[in-house]
Structures are given as C-alpha cells and as structure tokens.
Design a protein around this ligand. Structure first.
Ligand code: IMP
Ligand code: MG
Length: 177
C-alpha cells in the first residue's frame, strides 16, 4: 500500500483542450505537405493525449504505439530504457510524430528518437504534453510542448502513479498527507 495522498489540480481539462487546439494548428503547418502522418504514442501515459490530439488533426493519420520500460511503481526514473513493445508498422520514408506524456530526465525520449531515427523516417518530430525542464539529464527537447511544469509528481489525463489516476480528466500534483 502506498502512503495516503491528495491530488491538487494543476492544469484543468479546459486548459488542456485549448492548448491542444493551438498545438494542432502548428503541427498542421509543419506537416502541410504530408500525405500520411504516422502518430506514434508512447504507452501508456500518452493514450489520452494522443486520442485528443489526432481528433484535432484533420489530416491523413495513422496511429501506432511503442512501449518502453517505465518507472514501475516508483517515482524516480531508472534511466535505463528498454523497448517492451515495438511499432507494428514501418516508418521508413514516412512523416512521424512521436507523442509523449512528460519529458522528465529526457532519457526515454532521447532513446526512442535514436531508435526511430535509425529507421530513416522522412521527418521525425515530437510533442510532449508536459515538460519538467528542471529535471533534465539529457540534451533533448520536444519539438512542441503543451505546458512547462515545476518539479512535481503529476497524475491524470493518462498519467499514473502506481497505475492509478490515469482516468482523471485534468492534470494534478500528488501531495502526500
Ligand atoms: P524520462 O525518461 O525521465 O524523461 O521519463 C519519462 C517518463 O517518466 C514519462 O513518459 C512518464 O511516463 C514518467 N514520468 C515522468 N514524470 C512523471 C510524473 O510526474 N508522473 C508520472 N509519470 C512521470
Ligand atoms: Mg511515459
């Protein structure tokens, strides 16, 4: 059993939806000459974000998923990134957008980008809903970021703490009581 905690709202569902609209306008500009965009969600934290994102992208999209080893039930990064589930489709010559929930130390995203780049996509960009720049240990930044947040452990909108709270419609901070 984990210690009892409360969740304080940090970013409302309304603010997330408004930001996604803005981001999608920029994404559509970048991929204006794209025949088909392969949107790659990093499981499991990005599943809600990717669902809202693709419905705001009125273009030809294909959705695929990649799963990397995660924090487990801990709050700290293991720094070692393993691929647990690879893409189903080929990305060679395709335009790809990687969708991440949070960039924290940056190890996950930098590992995934190296892997996908080695498969020779035509274009490879990234979007992260949240960014904790103060925690970065690698030299990486997503092409687009929804919100920069302080060094807080957050949950909701797909993001979990020990597999819980993914179904909250907003982003909240975990506070132990
Ligand atoms: P990184 O490799 O340290 O950048 O970690 C990235 C992954 O750690 C994210 O995709 C999240 O799944 C997880 N993570 C980072 N910060 C948090 C948090 O505040 N709450 C829940 N999961 C987090
Ligand atoms: Mg993740």
């Amino acid at each position: 059993m984990s210690q009892p905690y409360v969740i304080d709202e940090l970013i409302s569902a309304k603010a997330i939806a408004a930001r996604i609209e803005e981001l999608c306008r920029e994404i559509k500009k970048t991929y204006s000459d794209t025949e088909k965009l392969v949107v790659v969600g990093l499981l499991r934290g990005s599943f809600v974000f990717i669902a809202d994102l693709v419905r705001e992208l009125d273009m030809n999209v294909e959705v695929d998923f990649l799963e990397t080893s995660s924090y487990g039930d801990s709050m700290v990064s293991s720094r070692e990134v393993r691929i647990l589930k690879d893409l189903r489709g080929e990305i060679e010559g395709h335009d790809v957008l990687v969708v991440e929930d949070i960039v924290d130390t940056g190890h996950t995203l930098s590992h995934v980008l190296k892997l996908l780049q080695s498969r020779n996509p035509r274009k490879l960009e990234t979007i992260a809903l949240l960014d904790k720049p103060s925690r970065r240990e690698t030299d990486i930044r997503a092409t687009w970021t929804g919100f920069e947040i302080p060094d807080e452990f957050v949950v909701g909108y797909g993001i979990d703490y020990a597999q819980r709270n993914r179904n909250l419609p907003f982003i909240g901070c975990v506070r132990f009581t």
